[in-house]
Design a protein around this ligand. Structure first.
Ligand code: NAG
Ligand code: NAG
Ligand code: NAG
Length: 177
């Protein structure tokens, strides 16, 4: 609970509105190739301002019933190396997807991609995981208009844990200008 309050206090203390979120990199690191595989994990650039992220992960041991999916996530501001800015909050995806209000901070992040992410239903998962065309525009709206963040470089890092074993790490790098 004190984490949520701290987060809100930080957000309200930060001043400044920024005009552009840009994706700079997107990485999918597999830690257990017997559990899942990455078919694609990429940034597509239509032009400088219009880029989107797409991801397709194959699950090899379906149905998956215990997914602390976005179990750990971090937002790191790059100052001297990436420093944790928001960090290590574990979310039980199966519980979260049953009741999104159970985790308000994760809900804030989830709105960026829930409409284009086919894991947006409660457990179990017995299909490939697909996230298509997450645009910076959508994140722009939430990050710069709703909660202003200081400009800089960020890394958003998610550990995907199933049955208490870390199976993959996803990193999204963005620049706020
Ligand atoms: C970038 O591409 C998008 C999608 O094709 C288009 O709507 C937008 O006008 C383009 N922007 C520029 C600056 O070319
Ligand atoms: C977050 O958790 C990971 C995995 O448990 C750990 O390696 C990392 O050091 C933690 N980061 C912070 C900022 O506590
Ligand atoms: C879940 O994601 C699919 C696309 O993967 C989309 O068609 C559907 O509308 C989404 N559902 C919700 C509740 O956001």
């Amino acid at each position: 609970m004190h984490f949520s309050v701290g987060f809100l206090v930080i957000m309200y203390l930060i001043e400044g509105v920024h005009s552009l979120v840009e994706f700079t990199n997107f990485e999918c690191e597999l830690l257990d190739r017997s559990f899942c595989g990455v078919e694609y994990c990429r940034i597509k650039s239509m032009n400088r301002t219009y880029k989107y992220l797409s991801l397709k992960v194959n699950l090899f041991k379906t149905p998956v019933t215990d997914v602390k999916v976005c179990c750990e996530y971090g937002l790191y501001q790059r100052l001297n190396g990436y420093k944790p800015f928001l960090y290590n909050v574990t979310v039980d995806a199966c519980k979260f997807l049953t009741n999104q209000n159970s985790h308000p901070i994760f809900k804030f992040i989830y709105v960026f991609f829930k409409h284009v992410f086919n894991m947006n239903h409660s457990c179990p998962y017995d299909h490939d995981i697909i996230m298509e065309k997450v645009t910076a525009e959508n994140i722009n709206h939430h990050m710069t208009k709703i909660l202003p963040f200081p400009k800089g470089k960020y890394m958003f890092k998610m550990h995907w844990i199933a049955y208490n074993i870390n199976r993959a790490i996803i990193r999204v790098y963005i620049t706020l200008t």
